[in-house]
Design a protein around this ligand. Structure first.
Ligand code: SF4
Length: 284
């Protein structure tokens, strides 16, 4: 156990049950580090998830309140919870790429539309890995997976002309970013900004799944190979222009933090106003 896990995580859940060499821990640690650097305590945050590798390894380790929803529905649960908890408490969700950009996308868009405070860390293992390695919504074109033995031909949600972050921006999300898990300091700083938005924030973070993606797409479960493969296909926004190999443009895509009312804050204010009017009418 290190200082961060002593402070924030459940000892009996450490070490993680993720496969050896999995990059999920990098994404998880970046969020915990950001929480620590913002001087937040365990009781300042409720940590939720729904299903799959990303959720299983993260929410249950949180030493404060946590919850698991059904696949793709965690955003709706979080919106309801938002109304029940003190406004100053934060909700953090760690979800997978299928949960965020596939089955859960409709619920996620409504959370963004209402600007409900939640910081969604999309831990993207590039497909359905906890079920054996089928392709998903962010699987890069052409790669071999368990369900695309001749190469992935379905368009994905990360292509520049149909980037899912543009969809979420159009729906009303107020902070949107993308990273790969080995971005280190930059990923921590982005998570801090996401947490400081009193509204809907989403950080899309790609990480290596060596067990299925590594084996099927890269022909090897060698951890270093996969880390290098992801790094070689990522570049900060603005530095990717001449490199056709780049799949992931990293950094902050959109920052309109604290620019419009948060969902539960609006409802609380409206409720108070209605109660005031009702009392005024009753006193006449
Ligand atoms: S199956 Fe892949 S994503 Fe899931 S824990 Fe193992 S290495 Fe990580």
């Amino acid at each position: 156990m290190d200082k961060l896990s002593d402070k924030y995580l459940r000892a009996r859940k450490i070490p993680s049950t993720a496969c050896s060499g999995c990059g999920l821990g990098q994404a998880h640690k970046a969020m915990v580090q950001a929480i620590d650097e913002l001087d937040m305590e365990v009781n300042d945050i409720i940590w939720g998830t729904s299903i799959g590798c990303a959720g299983r390894q993260t929410f249950a380790t949180w030493n404060g309140d946590n919850f698991a929803g059904t696949h793709g529905r965690v955003y709706a649960i979080a919106r309801g919870l938002r109304l029940a908890i003190p406004p100053e408490m934060k909700i953090v969700l760690t979800v997978g790429d299928g949960d965020a950009f596939g089955i859960g996308l409709n619920h996620l868009l409504h959370a963004a539309r209402s600007n409900a405070q939640m910081t969604v860390l999309v831990c993207d293992n590039l497909g359905y890995q906890s079920t054996g390695g089928q392709y998903g919504w962010t699987t890069p074109p052409g790669v071999v997976t368990d369900s695309s033995p001749y190469g992935m031909s379905d368009p994905n949600w990360v292509q520049p002309e149909m980037d899912v972050l543009n969809v979420i921006k159009a729906a009303g999300g107020t902070f949107l970013a993308r990273h790969v898990s080995m971005d280190g300091r930059a990923l921590v700083d982005t998570c801090k900004k996401a947490l400081q938005n009193n509204g809907f924030s989403l950080v899309h973070c790609v990480f290596p799944c060596i067990t299925n993606f590594g084996k099927n797409a890269l022909g090897s479960r060698n951890t270093v190979n996969m880390f290098n493969w992801i790094k070689n296909h990522a570049a900060p926004l603005g530095e990717e222009e001449d490199n056709q190999e780049i799949i992931w443009r990293t950094g902050i895509y959109y920052d309109a933090s604290n620019s419009r009312p948060e969902f539960s804050q609006s409802l609380r204010e409206q409720t108070a106003e209605i109660q005031r009017r009702y009392q005024d009418e009753g006193s006449h």
